[in-house]
Design a protein around this ligand. Structure first.
Ligand code: M6R
Length: 369
């Protein structure tokens, strides 16, 4: 059932082009307008929403972070992302005009379910972005937007993460369409670009030989840092989480702008640092800022492992290794840039002889608080 792969995780990483393509399938009508059939929420309610709160845990919460950047940009609605277990135990400002979006692969995560219940009690509208049909979170939510990643067996989430990000983009584009804002004309262009993503993920998979090789050399590494800015920041945190849970290596993801506020003190000669670089064709300042971050850590001896867009020559002089991904717009890039990090963690853990499908102390779905 592993389809010739060494592990379910390896297989699921390779399933990602399908997970994204299937999640995009059948979402537009004959005129190209987005139709999210499962969204059983009245359009007038969605038009009146003045705040979105994404609640989730772990990897699903990082998908929520990406969603925040995209939805705020496209819809101009404020989006907060909160770990579900924190949301519930404070006194969050949530009311009838709040849309609470619960993101979950299993649909059974107790912390996330309790957050949904709390949101409903406050009168919020609740929407579940979930992979598992018939699970509890979509059943208790006002509406569901299903990801079509197929069953995810490995404890570490990979293809569900990409499908969650894809579904979150669809939600953002749908809300922009519904509210007819100034971005509405560009929706079709973003959808076209999204449809090209599965092929581009395949290209990243096809050229993963080098990242696998580096991972195998790094079996004795004690600590790896991950840096990103903008949507690269949640990608960095996800890269770190994958390495912790699979390879039991200390790993931390930082927003690159935070470096000089503390974490740069961690840099000593030989420290491996992955850096997720945004497209140089996007906002200029974003790219040049991260290039200077790479220079800063390189000057202090860091070993820089850079994930950058094809054709980005500016990063090369400061990178010990460059793993390239095909060109896409800045907001969609996480669907490509996270893939080498998943492969790195999976390969390194496998090389250490660890069971990547069943890491120690972890369960696939956490059904206790
Ligand atoms: O089933 P869920 O998406 O609600 O699960 C949330 C987290 O428990 C999950 O993403 C966890 O962080 C994974 N082990 C990450 O690989």
């Amino acid at each position: 059932e592993k389809g010739g792969f060494r592990s379910f995780m390896d297989k699921e990483i390779h399933d990602q082009p399908h997970a994204v393509a299937d999640t995009l399938l059948g979402r537009t009508d004959a005129t190209g307008r987005l139709v999210l059939d499962e969204m059983r929420i009245d359009e007038s309610v969605l038009r009146a929403v003045d705040k979105i709160v994404v609640v989730a845990c772990g990897t699903a919460a990082y998908a929520g972070h990406v969603a925040k950047y995209a939805i705020e940009h496209w819809c101009r609605i404020p989006v907060e992302v909160e770990l579900a277990h924190e949301f519930r135990y404070r006194d969050p400002v949530v009311n009838e005009r709040t849309l609470v979006v619960a993101v979950s692969q299993s649909g059974e995560t107790m912390d996330t379910l309790m957050a949904v219940r709390h949101a409903k009690e406050q009168g919020a509208t609740t929407l579940a972005i979930v992979n598992t049909h018939g699970s509890t979170i979509p059943r208790e939510s006002d509406a569901a937007l299903y990801t079509h990643a197929g069953p995810e067996i490995a404890v570490a989430s990979t293809k569900a993460f990409l499908a969650q990000i894809t579904a979150a983009y669809l939600l953002g584009l749908y809300l922009a369409q519904l509210r007819g804002n100034k971005f509405a004309d560009e929706i079709a262009l973003v959808l076209d670009e999204l449809r090209e993503i599965p092929d581009k993920i395949q290209q990243v998979l096809d050229r993963a030989g080098r990242v696998r090789e580096i991972a195998r050399w790094m079996v004795d590494t004690q600590s790896v840092l991950f840096l990103g800015r903008h949507v690269g920041y949640p990608v960095a945190m996800e890269g770190a989480l994958k390495l912790k849970e699979l390879a039991y290596i200390h790993a931390e993801g930082f927003a690159a702008g935070e470096l000089k506020h503390g974490p740069i003190a961690l840099i000593e000669p030989g420290q491996p640092v992955f850096v997720v670089v945004p497209s140089p064709r996007g906002r200029d300042s974003l790219h040049s800022k991260i290039v200077s971050n790479i220079q800063e850590i390189r000057a202090r001896g860091a070993r820089t492992l850079v994930i950058a867009e094809e054709g980005d020559e500016a990063v090369r002089p400061f990178a010990d290794e460059v793993f390239t991904v095909p060109q896409t717009s800045t907001l969609l890039a996480p669907l490509l840039t996270v893939v080498p990090l998943q492969i790195f963690a999976c390969e390194l853990a496998t090389a250490k002889g660890l069971d990547v499908d069943q890491p120690r102390n972890l369960a696939k779905s956490v059904t206790v608080e």
